[in-house]
Design a protein around this ligand. Structure first.
Ligand code: NAP
Ligand code: ZN
Length: 349
């Protein structure tokens, strides 16, 4: 077994504390990765607080925005070698046989994807533990190559925030001539601005306060709207081809946002609030608008996103912190006070 140390929640809603545990002995297709950096995703907060339903396994070492260096590889690993810069995102296994896995959509595996933490391994041997730790053992097919042009600290958030925005922007054809709006300028949202801009779209940020206007423009947005008053919603009615909702709270009036879509426009929720959203279907009916969801991206698309970000020089805005500061960082994320992703320096664990 491989000795690991990290930060764990020992029970729901409790502060994270230092935690020592074991990783599995590497098998022939496994890659052992020395974790250098791990981003803090809002999903980590939802998970450690059991906001998505009870029954989560504790102790829980969160973290699915992992960047590190290969320490060792199993005898049958050909895609990765010792010293490579690699990443691990939100999933570490899937059935590999179903129609979705065969289309490189492992995140929608019919049997259920295996999450990087808080999930049972497919062989039932252990509960997965995530990247707020110094080492991880992952099956080779679920390890991504990080291009050398991307520094490891800035590459980490791409493994979730980056791909979660890249995938729907790609799927719904963001590009020249398209008007795209990003709801919520947090970890996910700010990656959406950068990626949509690089794809050639006209980008608008829909924020819930004036605070981030200047930042939004620096990040590459063409327009910034404080989506609070009916005036703003009326003046911008039927404007957008695509809106991506990254908001982590259900405390929003979706009806007003639907009215911002053009005929046949699409609203895609990636934000995953604890409480259900309340929806009035009339704005959907009246302009044949669609309401969809999207989960991260498959492994192939995640590699494509990393290569795209390296090519277009796209990296997240990060604040690197010591793992011991994780609990304060959670509080700041909850107050929308992060510009725009906390990244844990796992060398300091
Ligand atoms: P984050 O950094 O906290 O950003 C969320 C943003 O939402 C905030 O910066 C804020 O932007 C806005 N917001 C927060 N509370 C709000 C409220 N009460 N009313 C209106 N706007 C509010 O979180 P994140 O890490 O980007 O994650 C966002 C959500 O996506 C979370 O629910 C997370 O679990 C989910 N997620 C989903 C996937 C997926 O695969 N679908 C993957 C990763 C994460 P402004 O200040 O600009 O308004
Ligand atoms: Zn995430």
């Amino acid at each position: 077994m491989i000795q690991a140390k990290g930060m764990a929640a020992m029970a729901a809603k409790q502060a994270l504390v230092p935690y020592s545990f074991e990783r599995r002995e590497p098998k022939e297709h496994d890659v052992v990765i020395d974790i250098k950096y791990c981003g803090i995703c809002h999903s980590d907060i939802h998970m450690t607080r059991e906001e998505w339903g009870g029954g989560s396994p504790f102790p829980m070492v969160p973290g699915h925005e992992i960047a590190g260096v290969v320490r060792a590889v199993g005898s049958k690993v050909t895609k990765h070698k010792i010293g490579d810069h690699v990443g691990v995102g939100c999933l570490v296994d899937s059935c590999a046989e179903c129609a979705h896995c065969k289309q490189d959509l492992e995140q929608y595996c019919v049997e259920g994807q295996t999450g990087t933490y808080g999930a049972m391994e497919r062989d039932g041997s252990a509960v997965t533990q995530g990247g707020y730790s110094n080492v991880i053992v992952v099956k080779d097919d679920f390890v991504l190559q990080i291009p050398k042009a991307l520094p490891l600290d800035k590459a980490a958030p791409l493994l979730c925030a980056g791909i979660t925005l890249y995938s729907p922007l790609n799927h719904w054809n963001a590009g020249p001539g398209k008007k795209i709006a990003i709801m919520g300028l947090g970890g996910l949202g700010h990656m959406g601005v950068k990626i949509a801009r690089a794809m050639g779209a006209e980008v608008t940020v829909l924020s819930h306060s004036e605070n981030k206007r200047e930042d939004a423009m620096k990040l590459g947005a063409h327009h910034f709207l404080v989506a609070k008053t009916q005036d703003v919603f009326q003046q911008n009615a039927s404007k957008f081809d695509l809106i991506i909702n990254t908001v982590s709270s259900a405390d929003i009036d979706m009806t007003s946002y639907f009215n911002l879509l053009k005929l046949d426009g699409t609203m895609v929720s990636v934000g995953a609030p604890e409480k259900p959203l309340s929806i009035n279907v009339f704005p959907l009916i009246m302009m044949r608008r669609s309401y969809a969801g999207s989960a991260i991206g498959g492994i192939k698309e995640t590699q494509e996103m990393l290569n795209f970000c390296a090519k277009h020089n796209i990296t997240p805005e990060i604040e690197v912190i010591n793992p011991s500061q994780v609990n304060e960082a959670y509080e700041r994320v909850l107050k929308s006070d992060v510009r725009y992703r906390f990244v844990l320096d796992m060398g300091k664990i």
